[in-house]
Write a protein that binds this ligand. Sequence first.
Ligand SMILES: *Cc1c(COP(=O)(O)O)cnc(C)c1O
Length: 268
Amino acid sequence: MVAYMDHKDLSNRIISQERTVQIADGVKKVAERIAKAEEAAGRREGSVALLAATKTRDVGEIMAAIDAGIHLIGENRPQEVTAKAEGLIESCRERGLRLGGDSSGSQTVGFHLIGQLQSNKINKVLPYVDTVESVDGLELARKVASRAQAKGLVKGIFLEVNESGEEAKSGCGPDQALDLAYELAGMEGIRLDGLMTIGAHVDDEVTIRQGFSHLRGLRDTIRSSGEPGADSCTALSMGMTGDLDYAVAEGSTIVRVGTAIFGQRAFI
Ligand SMILES: *Cc1c(COP(=O)(O)O)cnc(C)c1O
């Protein structure tokens, strides 16, 4: 169990009016920032989806973001998924929304896993999340695929690529990405929806953008490869609070934002 989970009841559903307003304001500001970046890049308004990265936030905080217009959320840790899922499902149901599934429908809130997934946690999260963005190798992909298949499901997956080469980051190497993507695309039980990366941990715009731009090139190659199942690989999940403007400029279709919506995290 992660230590911070002892300090905060993540299933809590009641938050203050002040906190609700703060979160709604965060959502609005990020949406405006995205719209500006889309316009600056000559991209269609609304072409970038905003995923709220909800690690360390409780059910009440997440629902405040959903009430402010978010319809895609992402969790990092399987333990957090299980701690919050029932509360989220019920709170969504009260609002006529369904948790998990294609978030392009207005009645659905998409639920992605965006952090590392160990094999022994797969069964715990698969009933709740519709997409695993953090698939970085064959072994994990095979396990997700076979467990989804056993339940008669098809799970969306992203291949996570470590574009920056930073050791602390997960993700496959950029030079392995194509071969891996083609293998994943051909598997039953999963659908390769796109690629994901975490931007380089540096201040230099050129370096950050190079990683994003390279991921986009990989996506284009995969999508147009003609390999079985590869044509569904359209999404690019890249950009966070610090670098989303660069990511949108480089073609991101999903930005994953925590801090700019919810404020600084008290834990991790
Ligand atoms: C925490 C996290 C984010 C959001 O980070 P912020 O800087 O708080 O916006 C995005 N993606 C992943 C994988 C994360 O772990």
